[in-house]
Design a protein around this ligand. Structure first.
Ligand code: ADP
Ligand code: ZN
Ligand code: ZN
Length: 736
């Protein structure tokens, strides 16, 4: 029975997988910490940074067992109440611990208890004396010599963190010595670039764009969710920019979410050139100091625009104005591990709770969002044509059955490439498979190079001369002979590396470039490749998903999907939707300027109904057909799913645990829930662990939530729970 205490109990969320909050006594001195402030508390044998989420008069623990808060880290709330409530909602909806959810929302150094003060960024630069000093004159101070050398190659200056990243030891003492010698000086810079003084004129909006902007601005001050649909090049970004300007004029802030890959320097540059406000940028390759600074300037209201990837949906803001989610269909907006949230869905929820409009933009809206338009939840705004007079590309299916294929390229495609290259166009080839070949097999005995840790083939990487498993990262050398019969081995199938090689053979006079995760590992290499393409130094591009997103290639006149069959036969019910989106996105890369583009799709299934509807009526027709199929199969958006995953080194344990979990669910007899499975995961073994799934299906979202709430906490107590690692994924995107 709860007991009452004379003093308030402070409820603290602590980063731990355990759900709920933890009760503490106020600090022995000083005022009661406010809700939203960080505190340092003893937790088990550790001391951790937690966040105050409430005050109470009672606790389930006896007073003797309650501990005091050791230190209060914030005098004013770090997170305001609306944001804290959103995090609470997210923790409930995704059934994840509140402490972990709050942790996700904080930059690392705030999570660790650093002061929430924007100090700007300190940059170290050489003085004139430093520029004139040769590093090798500092022979007795090799660390100073190395810092000096680094700074000489970076005249713009480096932050301490940048220096730390490429020095073996802590650079601070060497830096201090160099400052004392007058060779280096530190410069304090505000953390956001000030807005540009000169801005280019904005293009005059066409009628559809004007209508879109006025519908968005008319909805400011309350919640509406707009779905802005328009092909690539239809001028969506221009609509965002005009809407943002109006929001800024009212003194409010805008939050813009984009997929990681779309947050390119070009997009940022376009925002910086056009908007008269400091812009806070948040993405994964920032260093700690930059992230801290950007986060705080969003929170203080100094940044008029906050632009970031997935986790930016949790950034605090002082004056909520407008939320924009660009490429809302993109699956990278869904976090796939740990706290498995969908940034688009949370953005809509945030807009709803903070009474600001939300704009979801896409050339290929997710079927979920189209379902919400159908139900009247979202307002659809369409941009019909291409802005600036560009012509839409023509789509064409290449039936490759019984055709001669050279390294995955049909004769018809090779001919078309020749034609476009001769006419000074660029050609883009899309293949969602990196490496040289997806399999290595023995032609004599049928031996295949399998990953010994996964149910998967090893991919042959020719450049690295390695076999790699794309599922667990396992690597080996390439065997010279078949380990089973000693015959020669042959690569089977094509990856982007092999296509690149074939291009050098077929089109030696036209420079080609490959763009995929392997070729762009080095920082900056993607940008320089994209620049080379835009400047026309490369005439042919071959690449993976990275090519399909957000980039502007005005001179690409032919785009080709090399293997559409990949997406037509997948166990994942969303694979076809993703294929259609990829085709339209890839098509969007072609003919963006005034030159008409052509798009070719190689397939063995030229009569596939979804492909036909896509070609006949575009993405809208495809979506209509696909939504009908989803409705008939009672799949999302016409039902809700939650996926309980379990994995273990033992082959039996995951299924056994999930069966117990299902039986327990059925004993609770929740209304409107259908457990599907358990069954082994489509790829049963990955990284040496066996995996199984239990999918919960519910026609109504509320029923699913009501079933999960009492059920999940019980799972840890089930027999076999300790033998497996399990997790719940609400609204799962990836079912493999
Ligand atoms: P999307 O975001 O839909 O791909 P953008 O806003 O990037 O489209 O527009 C594509 C190109 O057309 C850009 O170069 C942009 O500057 C230009 N553009 C957009 N709207 C107009 C307009 N109303 N008049 C002239 N050019 C425009
Ligand atoms: Zn063999
Ligand atoms: Zn593997």
């Amino acid at each position: 029975m709860p007991r009452s205490f004379p003093a308030s109990i402070v409820q603290v969320a602590v980063p731990t997988p355990l759900h709920g909050h933890f009760d503490y006594l106020p600090p022995t001195q000083g005022p009661l910490p406010t809700v939203g402030a960080r505190v340092r508390v003893p937790f088990g044998r550790r001391r951790v940074v937690g966040l105050v989420v409430g005050h109470g008069q009672t606790s389930d623990l006896p007073e003797g067992r309650l501990k005091h808060i050791e230190a209060v880290l914030d005098e004013t709330p770090l997170l305001d109440t609306p944001l804290l409530n959103l995090l609470r909602w997210a923790a409930d909806y995704y059934h994840h611990s509140l402490g972990d959810v709050i942790s996700t929302a904080l930059p690392n150094n705030l999570r660790q208890g650093k002061a929430a003060m924007a100090r700007g960024i300190e940059r170290y630069r050489l003085t004139q004396a430093g520029q004139a000093t040769a590093p090798d004159t500092l022979t007795r101070a090799p660390r100073q010599a190395s810092v000096l050398h680094r700074l000489q190659t970076h005249p713009e200056g480096l932050t301490l963190e940048q220096l730390r990243a490429d020095q073996d030891s802590e650079p601070r003492p060497a830096l201090k010595a160099l400052i004392d010698k007058g060779l280096v000086a530190s410069h304090h810079q505000p953390c956001l670039e000030p807005p540009r003084v000169e801005r280019p004129d904005a293009p005059v909006l066409n009628e559809a764009q004007q209508l879109a902007v006025s519908r968005i601005t008319a909805s400011l001050g309350g919640f509406t969710c707009h779905l802005l649909e328009g092909v690539t090049g239809s001028g969506k970004t221009e609509v965002y920019l005009h809407a943002i300007e109006q929001v800024l004029e009212r003194g409010l802030q805008c939050l813009v979410l984009v997929p990681e890959i779309a947050l390119t320097p070009q997009l940022l540059e376009r925002f910086r050139q056009r908007l008269n406000t400091p812009i806070a940028v948040l993405h994964s390759s920032l260093n700690e100091g930059e992230r801290h600074c950007a986060w705080l300037s969003a929170r203080s209201g100094e940044a008029g625009v906050i632009i970031g990837t997935r986790s930016a949906v949790f950034v605090p803001w002082a004056r909520p104005g407008l939320v924009i989610v660009d490429e809302e269909h993109d699956s990278s907006l869904k976090q796939q591990e740990g706290f498995r949230y969908h940034a688009r869905d949370l953005a809509v929820m945030r807009g709803h709770r903070e009474a600001v409009p939300v704009v979801l933009g896409s050339a290929t809206p997710s079927l979920e969002s189209l379902g919400n338009v159908e139900r009247g939840q979202y307002q659809r705004i369409e941009l019909p044509g291409r802005a600036g007079g560009a012509v839409a590309p023509r789509l064409k299916v290449l039936d490759v059955r019984q055709q001669f294929m050279d390294e995955g390229l049909s004769t018809a495609l090779l001919d078309a490439m020749q034609r476009h290259l001769e006419a000074d166009g660029q050609v883009l080839l899309f293949l969602n498979r990196r490496g040289f070949a997806p399999a290595l097999i023995c032609h004599d005995c049928g031996w295949v190079a399998d990953c010994h840790r996964c149910d998967a083939r090893m991919t042959w990487h020719a450049g690295a001369r390695r076999l790699r498993c794309h599922h667990c990262g396992h690597e080996t050398g390439i065997p010279v002979r078949c380990p089973s019969c000693g015959s020669a081995l042959a690569p089977r199938g094509q990856g982007t590396e092999r296509i690149e090689q074939a291009l050098h053979k077929h089109f030696p006079q036209y420079p080609a470039i490959r763009i995929d995760r392997d070729s762009t590992r080095r920082k900056g290499s993607l940008e320089s490749a994209l620049e080379g393409v835009r400047e026309g130094r490369y005439r042919i591009l071959v690449g993976t998903q990275m090519l399909a997103k957000g980039h502007d290639f005005p001179n690409v006149t032919l785009a080709a999907i090399l293997d559409a069959d990949q997406g037509l036969f997948s166990v994942d019910f969303r694979a076809v939707e993703r294929l259609a989106q990829t085709i339209i996105q890839v098509a969007g890369r072609s003919g963006r300027a005034l030159r008409a583009g052509e798009v070719m799709i190689q397939t063995h299934q030229p009569d596939h109904p979804l492909l036909s509807s896509l070609l006949g009526g575009g993405y809208t027709a495809f979506a209509r057909t696909a939504l009908t199929e989803r409705r008939e199969a009672a799949l999302p958006p016409y039902a809700s799913l939650a996926l309980l995953r379990a994995e273990a080194a033992d082959a039996q344990a995951p299924l056994a645990f999930l069966e117990k979990a299902r039986d327990h669910l059925q004993s609770l007899s929740p209304p409107g829930i259908h457990p599907w499975g358990p069954a082994p995961a489509p790829m049963e073994r990955r990284a040496g662990r066996y995996r199984a799934h239990l999918l919960l299906h519910a026609p109504r979202r509320q029923d699913l939530q009501q079933a999960l709430t009492p059920w999940l906490p019980e799972l840890t107590r089930l027999p076999g729970a300790r033998q497996v690692r399990w997790s719940i994924d609400v609204d799962p995107v990836d079912l493999t």
